[in-house]
Design a protein around this ligand. Structure first.
Ligand SMILES: [Zn+2]
Length: 109
């Protein structure tokens, strides 16, 4: 039973990684990417949060990790921009300010 749950988590995570690649790297619909990116990031982090809860670390550690994930999720959403010109995602490290130029075609974002 417990192993099945872990396999389900792994399957969800892999499906999301593949979906993310197809949608955000290969896709060309910038409007749809911008709309789906925050939802996708939140769902992805909720899955990670569920794995943390499932792993049952000591309570203070679990609470600390889950609390830490909230600003991390927000910063991840903020630090990724999609280019109007070519639709490519430009990311900056989550602790820095959002990118200002497209990493692909150098157009201002
Ligand atoms: Zn571009």
């Amino acid at each position: 039973m417990q192993q099945n749950l872990l396999i389900i988590f792994a399957a969800i995570w892999l499906a999301m990684a593949a979906g993310s690649y197809m949608l955000f790297q290969k896709g060309t619909d910038v409007v749809r990417k911008r709309k789906l990116w925050p939802i996708f990031t939140i769902v992805n982090n909720v899955v990670i949060g569920a794995v943390i809860v499932y792993a049952q670390p000591p309570l203070p550690m679990m609470v600390g990790l889950l609390v830490f994930m909230v600003p991390l999720t927000w910063l991840t959403i903020r630090s990724t921009k999609f280019c109007d010109e070519c639709g490519s995602p430009s990311r900056s490290p989550f602790f820095m300010k959002p990118p200002e130029k497209c990493s692909h075609c150098q157009k201002k974002l």
